[in-house]
Design a protein around this ligand. Structure first.
Ligand code: GFB
Length: 315
């Protein structure tokens, strides 16, 4: 096992999932370190297939791996595609973690999600709230897979001495997000719907649920910076929460998004859609104590994401 600090300089680092929002942000962030970044597309290596993963690892022999590859989506995608969310994620995790051990990877960082914590966990949610109560029903499949990923890393650390670490981010948003309103998370969905409503001159913007649930949102460029920090400065069995340290009600978020996009109509809450977890705010004191804090406020992050959407997603 390597001890923190771990030097990225001169290392071959595989960013698994570089085509997604998180992986792409990480590739941008790691470009500032003096390391060689390795990526491979889905058409060439299907991470759900063990033989593909083992052949790729044997071929490129990375020294560090960041697992930003996952099947992800918002509340509706999670609730309606449970088999994909549990199978894809378990398969990716077992293949990559086991393969990384077999080929002697020095450092691996696994990414989970704040939905690993019990639905009714005390807020803010500290790392030791894990497995202390029942999960939120709409995303239990994804949560179970992410808990398994965390435990895999711990098991390989205990039995084989692998320096595999795990980070649990808050709800993420930013450039490169999925803006398809049926499968996206709330920020991308509302930016897209508010833009369309403004362009169409519509009177109202549909907001799912009651508007009362509270969420903590972290800008993806901040997450990428935190991951680069953890790779280099953290080595431990315990997982680390990565968040902004603040939450907001969905109704307030929708009003802020209307402001950022210039939509002047009303918010129309749709109680036929699920609210999901009542509140998700991470206790980020462990990460703060290690020496990292985010730098992008929600309003700025929303404005930058909206700019990216207008320039890139409206083809
Ligand atoms: O972002 P979201 O889909 O994820 O929804 P979760 C957050 C809240 O926003 C819910 C509300 O209360 C939604 O009902 N919401 C309002 C909307 N309008 C919309 C909309 O147009 N689209 C969407 N998507 N939501 C996911 C989990 O839960 O979060 C995953 O299912 C994962 O497993 C991810 O943990 C980070 O926070 O509810």
């Amino acid at each position: 096992m390597t001890d923190a600090p771990y030097r990225l300089a001169g290392r071959r680092v595989w960013v698994a999932g570089h085509g997604g929002m998180v992986g792409a942000a990480l590739v941008r962030r790691l470009a500032r370190e003096d390391c060689e970044i390795l990526t491979v597309g889905r058409a060439e290596v299907d991470l759900r297939r063990q033989s593909d993963v083992e052949a790729w690892l044997a071929d490129v022999r990375p020294q560090a791996v960041v697992m930003a590859a996952a099947t992800v989506g918002g509340i509706q995608a999670n609730d309606s595609r449970p088999a994909e969310f549990i199978y894809d994620n378990l398969a990716i995790e077992t293949n990559v973690v086991h393969g990384a051990w077999r080929c002697g990877v020095e450092k691996l960082l696994f990414l989970g999600s704040s939905c690993i914590y019990p639905r009714d966990a005390a807020q803010p949610m500290a790392e030791d709230a894990l497995l202390t109560g029942p999960l939120e029903a709409t995303n239990q499949w994804y949560a179970v897979a992410k808990i398994a990923g965390l435990k895999l890393c711990q098991a390989y650390r205990r039995q084989y001495g692998c320096d595999f670490i795990t980070a649990m981010p808050a709800n993420l948003y930013g450039p490169g997000d999925n803006f398809d309103p049926a499968s996206s998370h709330v920020i991308a969905a509302l930016l897209h719907k508010a833009h369309e409503a403004k362009t169409a001159g519509a009177d109202s913007l549909a907001v799912w649920g009651s508007g009362r649930p509270r969420r903590e949102f972290l800008y993806v460029e901040d997450l990428a910076d935190a991951l680069a920090f953890l790779l280099q400065n953290y080595s431990g069995e315990a997982h680390v929460n990565v968040g902004a340290g603040k939450d907001i009600a969905i109704g307030e978020l929708a009003a802020l998004i209307a402001e950022v996009t210039g939509f002047a109509g009303d918010l129309a809450f749709d109680p036929s859609k699920p609210d999901g977890t009542p509140r998700k705010l991470l206790d980020v004191s462990r990460l703060r104590a290690l020496g990292w804090a985010p730098s992008t406020g929600l309003r700025d992050g929303l404005a930058q994401t909206y700019r990216w959407y207008c320039e890139n997603a409206l083809a």
